[in-house]
Design a protein around this ligand. Structure first.
Ligand SMILES: *Cc1c(COP(=O)(O)O)cnc(C)c1O
Length: 385
């Protein structure tokens, strides 16, 4: 049985072009970029050239890019780094209720360190109001952190407006851009953003490489201590092959961004149309807000999302609910409940995230499988009539 992958917001397969850059990086470029000898300097050159490629995707200066191990580390470095760089007695941070756990759990830890955190609620469409950010500002606010695109719904936040609110108040602005970079154009030369996180494995590079953009002049307190790597902003020998691969993935994304956006939006719309026309009692979550082209989140009344994931997995389709499994019990998505869905509606929702390897034929097969699985689960449901 063939397997079809519709879970690209969880991770992506390494693309063949990236693989071509990765193999020699693993076998031939073994020097430590901090070593003075030729082997080290070869690694340094390759690393710096990858940095330039990543910066070209984001439109930022290579001096402002800190190479890290992924999105989680980038988010943690941004939040802990910016907040701990301020030593004032009272510190306040503004974020949203719909962030990735890499931000939410970092905030929970900061609260343990007596930092006050405001969690802004989204509109029913999943959008954060710039005015709400404005109203939440306090004299002691150190940082605003609002994600660019949401990993569960794909909803894109108004970064320009939110960043302007923060900038006018003289407050740092971080955005988790893991689900936006390489999916939509990101121009850090014009966006009013001070810190921006990306992760390679969300755009066809291997796991374990990411970057944090740190605007020139922004001071971060390091999160880990060691050598003077990355201009003393992130100690530890760089993941040279991972970063080289991420550079290749960034190049590929920059080349194909426009055409992939159109192609993926077409597939996503086809999927939504197919599901809405074939299956009664479904609801698209966040579909009236601006969204990245590859993501749709759909509630199926009377269906348990986790049961649906398993049923579809058995039919050869990989996708997810987007909600985290904590201590064995599946909690309904914090993103969907924040958007006003009931716990049952959130539990009945599925996230479809498309990518480079998906085709129209796969989408059509997916629609059939979803229709069959939903009908089957509804027949078994004691509540769906
Ligand atoms: C995947 C993801 C992360 C975490 O990135 P890792 O590289 O897996 O640590 C952070 N934020 C968002 C929005 C994500 O989708």
């Amino acid at each position: 049985m063939s397997r079809y992958y519709f879970d690209h917001n969880a991770t992506t397969p390494v693309s063949p072009e990236v693989m071509q850059a990765l193999l020699p990086a693993l076998t031939e470029v073994y020097g430590n970029p901090s070593s003075v000898h030729q082997d080290g300097q070869t690694a340094r050159q390759r690393l710096e050239s990858a940095r330039v490629d990543i910066c070209a995707l984001l439109h930022c200066s290579p001096k402002d890019l800190v190479l890290v191990s992924g999105g989680t580390e980038g988010d943690n470095l941004a939040l802990f780094g910016a907040v701990r760089a301020k030593t004032s007695e009272r510190r306040h941070l503004i974020t949203t209720a719909i962030e990735h756990p890499a931000v939410l759990n970092a905030c929970a830890q900061l609260e343990q360190e007596s930092v006050e955190v405001t969690y802004l609620q989204p509109s029913p469409q999943g959008l954060i109001e710039p005015d709400a950010v404005s109203r939440a500002l306090r004299p002691e606010t150190v940082l605003v952190s609002v994600m660019h695109a949401n990993n569960e719904t794909g909803v894109i936040q108004p970064l320009e407006e939110i960043g302007t609110v923060a900038r006018d108040a003289g407050v740092l602005f971080h955005s988790d851009g893991v689900q936006a970079a390489a999916k939509i154009p990101v121009d850090l030369s014009s966006l009013p953003v001070d810190l921006y996180t990306i992760s390679g494995h969300k755009f066809y590079a291997p796991k374990g490489a990411g970057a944090l953009y740190v605007r020139q002049g922004v001071t971060l307190k390091p999160v880990q201590y060691g050598g003077r790597h990355e201009r003393s902003r992130r100690a530890g020998t760089e993941n040279v092959p991972g970063i080289i691969a991420m550079g290749a993935a960034a190049r590929l994304a920059a080349q194909s961004l426009g055409s992939e956006q159109v192609r993926l939006a077409g597939l996503r719309d086809r999927l939504e149309r197919g599901i809405v026309s074939r299956i009664p009692d479904v609801r698209l979550n966040g579909a009236f807000a601006p969204r990245v082209p590859n993501t749709t989140n759909i509630a199926f009344d009377g269906v348990d999302g986790e049961a649906m994931v398993i049923a579809l997995d058995l039919r050869g389709f990989a996708l997810s609910t987007g909600s985290a499994c904590s201590s064995g019990a599946v909690e309904p998505s914090h993103v969907l409940t924040a958007m006003g869905l009931s716990r049952d509606q959130a539990r009945s929702s599925l996230r479809f995230s498309l990518g480079r390897i998906n085709t129209e034929e796969q989408v059509d097969e997916l629609i059939e499988a979803v229709a069959a699985a939903a009908a089957h689960l509804r027949r078994l449901s004691p509540t769906y009539v």
